[in-house]
Design a protein around this ligand. Structure first.
Ligand code: ZN
Length: 277
């Protein structure tokens, strides 16, 4: 038994960019025939091994741990959801796949910004040390010497490397977006809150902070954020989305440098009929 357990540990440790992670294109991957609610289909497709029970109340992770989905809880306002979203509420706002920044003009339209913290602690690790143990360094292949540390527990690091390789492919020079980068893994609360940032879980990256734009730095009041002058090109955003990353430039509370590995939200958008073009 001990030997078997050791063997399993070796298998788990060797999973990584050269191991278990196959590069996935979330904009074109086949969608299952939908007998299930879109958010359930999206979760199960995004994170292999994850399963939601028939009564939709319990989510079981690949390793057998269980979490409540919260479906049927008393509805929260979008503002309250930011503090305390349950798993099903993370899908109440559909992430827009089109490169149309008018949706963000609607106050509190921030798809992906309301996170269920227990879900991400279960996926990525329950402490700084536990998350850090699964980090992989991802390198921008262009001129700037930018690198990022993301977790590969969900294949986020592998997907980011594939996205950066695609962004660096011949075409318009994208190097400027990888200068003065904001970073990646950082176990910390979101500025002005006690909520853990997506950066805590090794699933988020900030590219060029000078070009990014962040609502809190703009001096705007929460819930009444004005215009956002985007300086990130569609082709970069599209490659990130293709590889499973949502973009904070589509949020009312804009965070234009911020990309976060949320393949379930890209798939959910497609399963609800949202299109990129
Ligand atoms: Zn960020």
């Amino acid at each position: 038994m001990v030997k078997l357990r050791n063997l399993l540990a070796v298998i788990v440790l060797s999973a990584g960019p050269a191991g278990a992670c196959e590069i996935r294109d979330f904009l074109t991957t086949d969608l299952p025939a939908m007998a299930k609610l879109p958010w359930i289909g999206a979760l199960e497709l995004a994170y292999p091994g994850m399963e939601v029970s028939e009564d939709r109340q319990t989510l079981t992770l690949a390793d057998g741990r269980k979490l409540p989905t919260g479906l049927g809880d008393v509805p929260l306002s979008p503002q309250e959801r930011l503090e305390d979203a349950n798993i099903s509420e993370q899908f109440l706002q559909t992430y827009p796949l089109a490169f149309d920044l008018t949706r963000r003009e609607e106050p509190w339209f921030d798809p992906g910004r309301a996170r269920n913290e227990p879900f991400f602690r279960a996926l990525y690790g329950d402490s700084k040390e536990e998350v850090a143990a699964s980090l992989v360094t991802v390198t921008w292949p262009g001129k700037s010497k930018a690198s990022f540390q993301l977790s590969d527990r969900t294949c986020a690091a592998t997907q980011l490397q594939a996205a950066l390789n695609a962004i660096a492919a011949p075409g318009p020079d994208m190097d400027v977006y990888f200068q003065t980068i904001g970073g990646s893994f950082n176990w910390r609360a979101i500025a002005g809150t006690t909520r853990l940032s997506g950066h805590s879980f090794g699933m988020a990256v900030d590219f060029n902070t000078d070009l990014g734009g962040y609502w809190r730095w703009s001096g705007a009041a929460e819930g009444a954020v004005g215009p956002y002058e985007n300086r990130y090109p569609e082709v970069l955003v599209r490659e990130m989305e293709r590889h499973g990353f949502i973009w904070g430039g589509k949020w009312h509370h804009f965070d234009g440098m911020h990309f976060e590995y949320r393949p379930e939200l890209i798939l959910h958008a497609r399963l609800t009929g949202n299109r990129a073009d």
